[in-house]
Design a protein around this ligand. Structure first.
Ligand code: PHB
Length: 416
């Protein structure tokens, strides 16, 4: 079995095809989520919602490199909806899922199916930056209220900001912006190598790093293709050849698993400082690489499993109870997405006929989240995030996880 197959098997059970990609149909994902929560359908009774059903369309990857991210976000949304009995504003909330897959064509087809065939009231999801951008004009011209729950494309908070789109996750700029200067000033690195998946989210992360790190780079960036399934030694050996004093990484999902496993096997990270945008060492990846985790890695992200707040501890406990594993940042973003939808529906008392009013209610949602203070930036429709600078440790109770060593509060994308 390949590393990727092992990863997917360990994550999502037996439904893996032998080309190495997860085959999890939307309905199977739904059943799994429901089973994990011990059910989730609301039977409208005397006290149940009496308004029209609210159809929530979800577009997330349930296959390929980011399948685990899609699964975590789905779990997080469902966990919040279950918490409120799958209803808000006197409307029963029903979830309809489509697979984002990887390509923009598939992601646009998934959106169109939900809007034109299922007649959903809103859309939430999108993991890949290019897919959020590819759907943006369609969602806007069809006036579909939308929440982006992962995809970080900066342009969505800038030139392509939309009246119809809010983002609960991050812009690619956000988690990395404080990291460039931290790597240079606090960690003292002088000769860094950038390592990232070769597509817009990787490139924008590298760009954000270059804005605050002004030191030298050891060699040309190491940029494997997104969803790489070849031999990772090809890319890992470039790090060894460049002999940097540290690396800054953007990889996620199976890309990070493949990279970390091979780098560990070849001993490539032994004598260098490992840093990055926190996705490459998030709990989904750590659960898979086990003892191959790069202990000591320093990363920036808007959440950590170990955050010692009531909101986070309650969320982590509820997630573990429902799914029998720790959440990751994607699950947390899903949970907050569920909350934004529910709070906004309650605020308009279930009346979503005027999308402008419903969107204004979405934009006004603010609360204490597992990540810290949650609120949207009216200028960008993007969430303002704390960025936690985290160090990877092996904790006696939690196993491999990230502990917070510094916090940068209120990081807002510079869009205007
Ligand atoms: C993105 O494509 O925007 C993206 C994907 C995976 C991540 C973060 C950002 O972990």
């Amino acid at each position: 079995m390949s590393e990727i197959e092992r990863y997917l098997d360990s994550k999502l059970g037996e439904d893996v095809d032998r080309r190495g990609f997860l085959k999890l149909s939307a309905s199977a994902a739904g059943l799994a989520a429901l089973a994990a929560c011990g059910g989730g359908t609301v039977t409208p009774g005397p006290s149940g919602p009496t308004g029209a059903e609210f159809k929530l369309g979800i577009v997330l990857p349930y296959s390929n490199v980011y399948a685990e991210l899609g699964s975590s976000i789905t779990n997080g949304i469902q966990l919040y909806l279950n918490k409120v009995g799958n209803q808000a504003g006197n409307r029963k909330i029903t979830v309809f899922k489509e697979d984002e897959k990887v390509s923009t064509d598939d992601a646009v087809a998934a959106t169109k199916k939900l809007v034109e065939q299922t007649s959903v009231d809103m859309i939430a999801g999108y993991v890949l930056s290019p897919n959020a951008v590819a759907n943006r004009d369609y969602l806007t011209s069809n006036k579909v209220p939308t929440i982006i729950a992962n995809a970080g494309a900066n342009v969505i908070s800038r030139a392509k900001k939309s009246d119809f789109i809010y983002r609960t996750s991050f812009s690619n700029w956000q988690p990395t912006h404080p990291m460039g200067s931290y790597v240079q000033d606090k960690l003292g690195l002088k000769n860094v190598l950038l390592v990232y998946a070769n597509y817009p989210a990787g490139a924008e992360t590298a760009q954000s790093f270059r804005e605050t790190y002004t030191g030298k780079f050891a060699a040309a960036d190491v940029a494997p293709p997104l969803g790489y399934t070849g031999d990772w030694a090809v890319w890992v050996s470039k790090i060894t050849a460049a002999n940097p004093d540290g690396i800054y990484v953007f990889l996620s999902g199976t890309d990070s698993v493949g990279f970390l496993n091979k780098a560990n096997e070849l001993g490539a990270l032994k004598n260098i400082k490992v840093t990055g945008s926190g996705f490459f060492v998030e709990q989904d990846v750590l659960g898979s690489v086990g003892d191959r985790a790069p202990v000591g890695a320093v990363s920036g992200l808007h959440w950590a499993l170990t955050l010692d707040t009531k909101e986070n501890k309650d969320f982590v406990a509820a997630y573990r109870k429902a799914y029998n594993k720790p959440p990751d940042v994607f699950a947390m973003d899903g949970y907050d997405t569920g909350r934004v939808i529910v709070d906004a529906l309650n605020a308009v008392k279930g009346d979503t006929k005027d999308p402008t009013k419903f969107l204004a209610a979405i934009g006004a949602v603010s609360f204490k989240s597992p990540r810290g203070d949650f609120k949207f930036d009216a200028a960008t429709h993007n969430v303002i995030n704390p960025v936690y600078i985290r160090e990877l440790v092996k904790d006696p109770q939690l196993g491999y996880t990230n502990k917070v060593v510094a916090t940068v509060a209120g990081v807002a994308d510079p869009g205007k």
